[in-house]
Design a protein around this ligand. Structure first.
Ligand SMILES: C[S@@+](CC[C@H](N)C(=O)[O-])C[C@H]1O[C@@H](n2cnc3c(N)ncnc32)[C@H](O)[C@@H]1O
Length: 209
C-alpha cells in the first residue's frame, strides 16, 4: 500500500475485498429513490457517495478522520459518482452516540454495518418512512427487530459479491433459534446478534413513526 495514495485505505478494505457494495447502494436507490444517507461507524466506506448525492459519515476513528480530510476523497467521488448533482459529503469525527449536529428526520437511509447499535443512537436522524440498512454482526439487526418504530420491509441476500433485495416471505426471518424473546439488556451485554432460524446478509427496516 502506497502511503502517498490517500485512497489506499478504501481500496485495501473495500475494493480489494470486493466489499464496496456498489450494486446494493444502486439497487436501493432505484427501488426506494434514496437521495441522502447517514452512515455512522462508516470507517472509510465511501461507496454510498458514488450513488447518493448527499451522504454524511460519522466515525471516531483517527485514520478515518485523516482519510476524509484529504481533498483526494472528494475528487475521487466527483470522478466516479453516478449522478448529475455536485456531491455533498460531510464527515463528523465524533461518536455517533453524541450529538453531531445533523437535523432530525432528514435522511432517506441510515446505514448500520459492523459498528454497534447505530439504530438505537441515530434513529432520530432518519425520516419517518426512511430505511435502515443493518446487519446482525454487532446485534443491531436484533436491536431494530424489537423496536416498534421499525418494521422489516426487505432482506438483502449477498451471493458471489452481488446483492439481491427480497421483499417476499419476510415472516420467516428474525425468529430466534433459541425460542427465547430478544431483550435489549441481553443485546447490550453481549454486543452480538441473536442467532436466527433463518438469516440474511442484511435487513431493511422502515421507520414507521
Ligand atoms: C468494523 S468497522 C466497520 C466499518 C464499516 N461500517 C464497514 O462496514 O466496513 C467499525 C467502525 O465503527 C466505528 N465506531 C464504532 N463505534 C462508534 C461510535 N460510537 N461512534 C463513532 N464511530 C464508531 C469504529 O471507529 C470503526 O471505524
Amino acid at each position: 500500500m502506497s502511503q502517498k495514495d490517500p485512497l489506499a485505505l478504501y481500496k485495501q478494505y473495500y475494493v480489494d475485498r470486493d466489499f464496496e457494495g456498489l450494486d446494493l447502494f444502486e439497487k436501493l436507490h432505484r427501488k426506494y429513490d434514496i437521495q441522502s444517507a447517514l452512515y455512522p461507524g462508516s470507517f472509510v466506506h465511501i461507496t454510498p457517495s458514488l450513488i447518493y448525492p448527499k451522504t454524511v459519515y460519522v466515525d471516531s476513528d483517527k485514520q478515518a478522520k485523516k482519510f476524509f480530510a484529504s481533498p483526494a476523497v472528494l475528487d475521487f467521488i466527483a470522478r466516479h459518482k453516478l449522478y448529475e448533482q455536485e456531491p455533498s459529503l460531510t464527515f463528523h469525527a465524533n461518536s455517533y452516540a453524541e450529538d453531531f449536529g445533523e437535523a432530525t428526520e432528514s435522511f432517506d437511509l441510515l446505514i448500520s454495518q459492523y459498528a454497534g447499535f447505530v439504530s438505537k443512537h441515530c434513529k432520530q436522524y432518519l425520516k419517518v418512512g426512511g430505511l435502515l440498512l443493518v446487519n446482525n454482526s454487532h446485534g443491531d439487526a436484533s436491536m431494530a427487530s424489537i423496536n416498534n418504530q421499525f418494521e422489516l420491509v426487505a432482506v438483502v441476500i449477498r451471493r458471489d459479491g452481488k446483492h439481491r433485495i427480497k421483499e417476499e416471505n419476510l415472516e420467516s426471518y428474525l425468529i430466534p433459534k433459541s425460542g427465547k424473546p430478544i431483550t435489549r439488556s441481553h443485546l447490550e451485554k453481549t454486543q452480538r446478534g441473536i442467532a436466527f432460524k433463518k438469516s440474511a446478509s442484511m435487513y431493511l427496516f422502515q421507520r414507521t413513526s
